[in-house]
Design a protein around this ligand. Sequence first.
Ligand code: C5P
Length: 283
Amino acid sequence: MEITEKAPAKINLGLDVIGKRSDGYHELDMIMTSIDLADRITVRELKNEHVIRLQSNSSFVPLNKKNHAYKAAMVLKKTFGIKTGVEIYIDKKTPVAAGLAGGSSDAAATLRALNQLWQLNLTTPELAKLGEQIGSDVPYCVYGQTARVTGRGEHVRPIENPKKFWVVLVKPSFGVSTPEIFRHVKLDQIPHPNIDALEQAVVTSDFNALLDNLGNSLEAVTLAKHPLISKIKERLLASGADGVLMSGSGPTVFALCQQEKKAQRICNSIKGFCDEVYLVRML
Ligand code: C5P
């Protein structure tokens, strides 16, 4: 028996760093949305074996215990005392170390897939709770729909039926380490986007208000280390994008568009400047 689950990438329409917690994590307030750029996770029972075996089409994916999909299988095995082995195949499409939660989404898709394979009958909130043990973005990725996300990422409140905009994603050729970016956050120096106003804009499908309230507290921190991100933002704006923002801790930058034609134009124009460009849509 074999089960395949999609693992969509996410972007942050808003990310506010509110404070630093005593456990070392930061208190966040975010609007996250998933996009139709996705890895595919296939899980298959291994008869007569107890191991978790990882395979991937990508050389960027670690095929060891550090992999978030591996951790997801381990959490379920330990929690429910499952002895059977499993092979997890990761068909990688989402760029890694990009601010798109690729690894966290792989973990979430592995939780969903193994929930079926091992007939655990866990609910989405139960899977999200288990996901907290793997990484801060995993609970959101278990839901995989537009949501207000708070705490260190563990409180997920879905926002139903948001309007779906087109998204041009631009991924510079370097990756970014999330812990390193958080280490350089100076709480008294970062901007604080208005996440309440952003949520209201999403709920009411008010595109102009959405553009006005796009914001990411981490952007300036990553930008200071990687000036190319500013250049990409400038290029996107010069190509006619109405609003552009870095996602998560970066370095991927996105532009939002109401019309596919406009998104396609921006996409074509930025392709000469950056190799990795994707035209996708909010899910
Ligand atoms: O939870 P995860 O392992 O994905 O987080 C990676 C790192 O990012 C953490 O070790 C921490 O340094 C930083 N982080 C943070 N606050 C959060 C989420 C992540 O400081 N809410």
